[in-house]
Design a protein around this ligand. Structure first.
Ligand SMILES: Cc1cc2nc3c(=O)[nH]c(=O)nc-3n(C[C@H](O)[C@H](O)[C@H](O)COP(=O)(O)OP(=O)(O)OC[C@H]3O[C@@H](n4cnc5c(N)ncnc54)[C@H](O)[C@@H]3O)c2cc1C
Length: 597
C-alpha cells in the first residue's frame, strides 16, 4: 500500500526563507500567522492527511460512489467521518473571511494544506475544494442577503458547492449552452436543463449542496454574452435559514470514469428547479471565471500533489527493490543485487520528479502570496502588480504543472516496473487520478490559448513585461556571483528563448492566428520552465547563503543545490526545442486535409 509523508520541512523553508512571509505582518491574516501558528497548522494538517485521509485513498478508489434509485449518492466507507472531522476541526474555514466564520489566515498557508490534502486523497479533497470555488463567486458577486444565507454554512462546511457549466454538447465552447432560466415572477427562476460531469454533484457528506448553474434567460443574446449564473440549492432554504423541501433537481447517474472514483461525477438534471440570479443578468461567465481562476490554481496543486506522493513511493521502492548491479561496481555486495536507486536511469526519473515538485510548490506558494497581496498590499501599484503576475501565471501553472504532474506520476510508476501496473501498489491510482487534472477546469490546450490569446496582450503586455523584469532583475543582481553560475547561465538562456518567442508570437501570431494556436502549448511550457527555473535560482541563492553562514542543517541546503542543478542542466534546456517548435509555425501543421488523417 502506498504511504504519504507531508513535506512540512520544505513548505516551512519556502514560507520562511523563500517568501519570508514574516515581512507582511502588516497585512490582514499575516499578523496572526506567527511562525508558531504556521508550524502548528502544518503539523496538524500533516497528521490529518497522513493518518485520516491517506488511508482512505486506495479503498475509496476501489469502492467508488454508489447512486441509489432515488438519486441519492453514498460516498465510500470512511468519507463521511473524515469530512465531519475536517469541518469540526475548522479546516474548511482556514482562509475564509472571519465575517463568515472563517479564520482569515493567508492563502499561502491554505495552499500548503491543500497540497497535503490532494496528495493524500485527491478525490476526497474535491468535495471541499469545489465548495471553496462556489463560495468565492458568492462572496464576490452575491447580494448581502445571499451572502448572509450561504456564506456561513459553506465556510463551516455544513453545505458544499458545485460548479455546473458543462452540458453534453458543450464543454469548452460555453456559448452553445442550452439550460434555461425562466422567471417565476417572485424574483426566483425555474432552471431546466441537463449538466454533465458535475464534480461532487450529489453526495452524503453535507446537509445541503449549493449548485452554481450557468443558464440562459429568455431574452438572452446568443453565445457567451447571453449566459447568466444561478444559485440552485439541493434543498430550498426557508426564510429563517432552515432547510425546506427538496428542489426539482436530481443526480441522473454517476459517470464511470478512469480515476478519482471516490468523487461523484454526476449527470445533473434540473427540471424547473428554483434558482436565484447571482450577479448581473448575462454576465454569468464573468462570475464563473472568478471561480475558475481560483479553481485553476487549485488544479495546478493537484498536478504537483499527485507527482509528489507518487515520487515519495517511488523513492521508497527504489531503495528497497534489488535488481542488477551498479554500472560502477556493486554498491550492496552483501546482497544478491543492488537496490535499483543505484541505476542512473532510475535516478533520472526520481530527480526529474523531485526537481519539478519542489519548484512547483515554491511557484504555487508564491502565487498564493501574490493573491493575498493583490487584495491587501498597501499601494494600488503593488496590488496591480501582484494581480498581473497571478493572472499571467494562472494558465501556465494549470497547464504546465498538470502536464508535468501526470508525466512524473507516470515515471514514478515506471520505477516500480511491472509492479507499478499492479493495483495493490497503488501507483496506477496516482496516474489515473493525475490524468483528469490536464482536462478539467479548461483542457490544457485551452490554458495555452488563454495565455497567448488573452494574458500576453492584456493591458498592452503589462504582465509579461513585469515578469520579464522580475526574472531579469534577479539575473542582473546575481550575474557576477560565481557560485550562482550554474543557475544564472541556464536561466538567462531560457529567459532569452522566452523573450524571443514572445517577439515571434507578436510578429507572426497577429498576421496568422493559426501560428499562435500552433505554438501555444510550446510557449506555455517554455514559460513554465522559466517560472520553475526562477524558483530554483532563488532557492539556490538562499541555500548558498545558508551554507556560507554555517547553517546547522547543511544537508538540506546541499540537497537543494543538487536538485536545482539537475533542473537547470537537464530540464531547462528544453526551451530550445520548444522555441524551435513554436517558430516552425502553423503552415505544415494545417497542411494535411482533414479527410487524410
Ligand atoms: C471527471 C470530470 C470532472 C469534471 N468536473 C466538472 C465540474 O465540476 N463542472 C463542470 O461544469 N464541468 C466539469 N467537467 C467538465 C470539464 O471541465 C470538460 O470536460 C472540459 O472543460 C473539456 O470540455 P469537453 O469535455 O466538452 O471537451 P471539448 O470542449 O469537446 O474539447 C475537446 C478537445 O478539443 C480541444 N478544443 C476545444 N476547443 C478548442 C479550441 N477553440 N481551440 C483549441 N482546442 C480546442 C480541447 O482542448 C480538448 O482537447 C469535468 C470533467 C470530468 C471528466
Amino acid at each position: 500500500m502506498p504511504s504519504y509523508t507531508a513535506p512540512v520541512k520544505d513548505m516551512t523553508f519556502i514560507l520562511n526563507e523563500v517568501l519570508n512571509i514574516g515581512q507582511y505582518a502588516n497585512l490582514p491574516g499575516y499578523s496572526d500567522a506567527t511562525p508558531d501558528l504556521v508550524s502548528a497548522i502544518l503539523e496538524e494538517g500533516a497528521k490529518l492527511c497522513e493518518n485520516e485521509l491517506a488511508p482512505l485513498n486506495h479503498s475509496g478508489d476501489q469502492e467508488g460512489c454508489t447512486r441509489h434509485a432515488d438519486g441519492s449518492v453514498t460516498t465510500p466507507k470512511g468519507f463521511k467521518a473524515a469530512y465531519d472531522l475536517l469541518t469540526e476541526s475548522g479546516w474548511t474555514s482556514l482562509t475564509a473571511d472571519p465575517k463568515y466564520g472563517g479564520q482569515g489566515l493567508p492563502h499561502v498557508l491554505g495552499f500548503c494544506v491543500e497540497e497535503m490534502m490532494v496528495s493524500s486523497n485527491m478525490a476526497f479533497t474535491m468535495y471541499p475544494g469545489l465548495s471553496a470555488g462556489a463560495r468565492a463567486a458568492i462572496e464576490i458577486d452575491g447580494t448581502d442577503a445571499q451572502k448572509e444565507i450561504y456564506m456561513h454554512k459553506m465556510v463551516a462546511g455544513d453545505w458544499t458547492g458545485t460548479m455546473n457549466l458543462t452540458e453534453p454538447h458543450c464543454g469548452t465552447d460555453l456559448g452553445l449552452l442550452r439550460t434555461k432560466a425562466e422567471p417565476n415572477g417572485d424574483g426566483s427562476y425555474a432552471i431546466t436543463g441537463t449538466k454533465i460531469f458535475i464534480s461532487a454533484g450529489e453526495h452524503d457528506l453535507a446537509e445541503n449542496i449549493i449548485h452554481l448553474v450557468l443558464a440562459r434567460l429568455p431574452d438572452a443574446p446568443k453565445g457567451v454574452k447571453g449566459i447568466s449564473l444561478f444559485i440552485v440549492p439541493k434543498f430550498n432554504i426557508n426564510d429563517d435559514g432552515t432547510l425546506g423541501d427538496r428542489n426539482n433537481l436530481i443526480c441522473g447517474s454517476i459517470e464511470e470514469k478512469m480515476g478519482i472514483h471516490a468523487n461523484s461525477t454526476c449527470v445533473m438534471n434540473y427540471d424547473g428547479a428554483k434558482g436565484f440570479l447571482l450577479g448581473e443578468p448575462h454576465k454569468g461567465l464573468r462570475s464563473m471565471f472568478i471561480m475558475m481562476n481560483a479553481a485553476r490554481i487549485g488544479v495546478s496543486v493537484q498536478g504537483y500533489g499527485q507527482s509528489e506522493v507518487a515520487y515519495q513511493n517511488a523513492v521508497a521502492y527504489a531503495n528497497d527493490r534489488i535488481q542488477g548491479r551498479a554500472l560502477s561496481g556493486p554498491k550492496a555486495p552483501d546482497k544478491a543485487a543492488d537496490p535499483i536507486i543505484v541505476h542512473p536511469d532510475v535516478r533520472r526519473m526520481l530527480m526529474n520528479a523531485r526537481a519539478f515538485n519542489e519548484a512547483a510548490r515554491a511557484s504555487a506558494l508564491w502565487c498564493a502570496m501574490l493573491i493575498d497581496l493583490s487584495h491587501d498590499a498597501e499601494t494600488e501599484e503593488e496590488r496591480q502588480w501582484a494581480d498581473d503576475i497571478v493572472s499571467l501565471l494562472t494558465p501556465v501553472m494549470k497547464g504546465v504543472f498538470t502536464d508535468r504532474g501526470y508525466e512524473y506520476a507516470t515515471s514514478s510508476q515506471q520505477v516500480f516496473g511491472g509492479h507499478g501496473y499492479i493495483t495493490e501498489h497503488g501507483m496506477d491510482q496516482f496516474v489515473r487520478d493525475a490524468r483528469i487534472t490536464q482536462i478539467y477546469e479548461g483542457a490544457n490546450g485551452i490554458q495555452a490559448l488563454d495565455l497567448v490569446g488573452r494574458k500576453l496582450a492584456a493591458h498592452g503586455g503589462r504582465a509579461i513585461q513585469a515578469f520579464f523584469k522580475l526574472v531579469g532583475s534577479f539575473l542582473s543582481a546575481n550575474k557576477d556571483n560565481e557560485k550562482m553560475a550554474d543557475f544564472v547561465g541556464p536561466l538567462s538562456a531560457a529567459l532569452a528563448d522566452l523573450q524571443a518567442s514572445t517577439m515571434w508570437l507578436m510578429q507572426n501570431g497577429m498576421a496568422n492566428p493559426d501560428n499562435a494556436g500552433a505554438g501555444s502549448t510550446a510557449y506555455m511550457h517554455m514559460m513554465g520552465h522559466v517560472l520553475l527555473g526562477y524558483q530554483w535560482a532563488q532557492m539556490a541563492k538562499i541555500s548558498l547563503d545558508q551554507l556560507d553562514a554555517g547553517t546547522s542543517d547543511p544537508t538540506f541546503y546541499e540537497n537543494k543545490l543538487i536538485t536545482g542543478r539537475h533542473y537547470m542542466k537537464r530540464r531547462l534546456p528544453e526551451t530550445k526545442a520548444q522555441r524551435a517548435e513554436l517558430e516552425a509555425g502553423a503552415d505544415n501543421l494545417m497542411a494535411l486535409d482533414a479527410a487524410n488523417f
